[in-house]
Design a protein around this ligand. Structure first.
Ligand code: MG
Length: 384
């Protein structure tokens, strides 16, 4: 199964910082929503996804074990570092294994599956109100406005051990998986989420549109959205011999194994070296692009990009990480951004890019407050 992934995250309209973190490192994807004073939430969510990624790459344990270990790591940090004492995080992770997705989940971030236009919730919120609904104490509608609706009954990093929900879902070509933090689901109805996922074919556009809706709905929280599109990666010829592919589990190892027996050893070595060189080059390029940041224009809005503002042979060497609500047209009406924004304003890192966005936001707001542009001539005239 081929996976096309997209991600969008935004601080929202109320919070000072973004305490959400995400992981999109095929085949492993996750969102995490941190909580705790000062920088606690940010540290917790980041530490959780980083630990998960590290353990997965080392091949230590299975997904739920890796989440339990991430719990221990976050908990230990919160004990030894008093600046982040009491921090915690949600974590909803999806591991794509052929045509199956392994899910591991703690907290109130969610996973949804869109199949043939219908959206299905795959996870259960570990919240007080969800427990109250299942126990019949309050209705689903009452839960939506309940004053304690954000109280979690389970989170990562709060205790030495945590219960991890573990589930496996079969996917089919055409399926779309959504991972999101509660910044989305507390601001946008499931129906509206379903409509966007159904109507917007491009996963990146869909992810950005969802974040935009959360901000339009009030943006009271950080919002992070990962969209995964599943498609059939089998060549057309193969499909002819296997008309009912859906029922057949893919056997990715069988073909290389067969050809290995037939190829002469020397050729095999050369193929190995060539493949290794290509991999090294691609990994190098990827690492380089991942370390590059700039602020530019996406869909008429000021946006933070990762990568470089160019494309090679039709491949774009960048992706939108955050699309803000700032109108690009307004920003470009300011002389200082007129040419630079369209070309992309380079930043040293993600924080630098955020700072540039904040500067643009301030400049645009100031322009709104002062309808007439400053005239340097008049300042001179008022001098002594
Ligand atoms: Mg949240």
């Amino acid at each position: 199964m081929k996976v096309t992934a997209a991600v969008a995250t935004d601080v929202g309209l109320v919070r000072d910082g973004n305490e959400d973190s995400y992981l999109t490192d095929e085949p492993l994807f996750a969102v995490a929503d941190g909580m705790g004073g000062h920088r606690g939430g940010e540290v917790a969510s980041q530490l959780a996804v980083e630990t998960l990624e590290k353990l997965f790459k080392k091949g230590i344990g299975e997904l739920p074990d890796q989440v339990r270990e991430a719990n221990r790591v976050v908990f230990e940090r919160s004990v030894v570092d008093e600046k982040v004492a009491g921090m915690g995080t949600t974590l909803t992770a999806a591991l794509v294994e052929g045509d199956r997705i392994r899910l591991a989940h703690v907290g109130d971030s969610r996973a949804y599956l869109l199949r043939e236009g219908d959206l299905r919730l795959l996870t259960e919120d570990h919240t007080l109100v969800h427990r109250m609904v299942t126990e019949g104490e309050i209705s689903k509608e009452e839960a939506e406005t309940h004053p304690q609706r954000s109280v979690l009954t389970r989170a990562l990093g709060v205790e030495t051990v945590v219960d991890v929900d573990d589930d496996t879902v079969q996917v089919r070509p055409g399926d779309r998986l959504l991972l999101c933090t509660d910044g989305l689901t507390s601001m946008v109805s499931e129906q509206a989420v379903e409509e966007v996922l159904r109507a917007v074919p491009d996963p990146q556009e869909a992810a950005q549109r969802l974040v935009q809706l959360a901000n339009e709905g009030g943006g009271a929280d950080n919002t992070t959205v990962v969209v995964l599109d599943f498609s059939d990666d089998a060549p057309a010829a193969r499909r002819k011999e296997e008309p009912s592919r859906e029922a057949i589990a893919p056997a990715p190892t069988s073909e290389p194994a067969r050809s290995r027996r037939r190829l002469p050893r020397k050729l095999l070595v050369w193929i190995g070296i060539s493949v290794a060189l290509v991999v090294v080059a691609l990994v190098g390029l990827r690492l380089y692009l991942d370390s590059q940041w700039y602020v530019g224009v996406s869909d008429g809005h000021v946006a933070i990009f990762q990568g470089i503002p160019t494309e090679v042979a039709g491949f774009q060497l960048h992706q939108v990480v955050v699309q803000t609500t700032i109108s690009a047209e307004k920003a470009e009406s300011l002389a200082v951004y007129q040419d630079s924004l369209g070309d992309g304003i380079t930043a040293e890192n993600r924080e630098g890019a955020s700072a540039i966005v904040e500067q643009i936001r301030q400049d645009v707001e100031e322009m709104r407050q002062v309808p007439k542009p400053n005239q340097p001539g008049s300042t001179d005239a008022s001098g002594p």
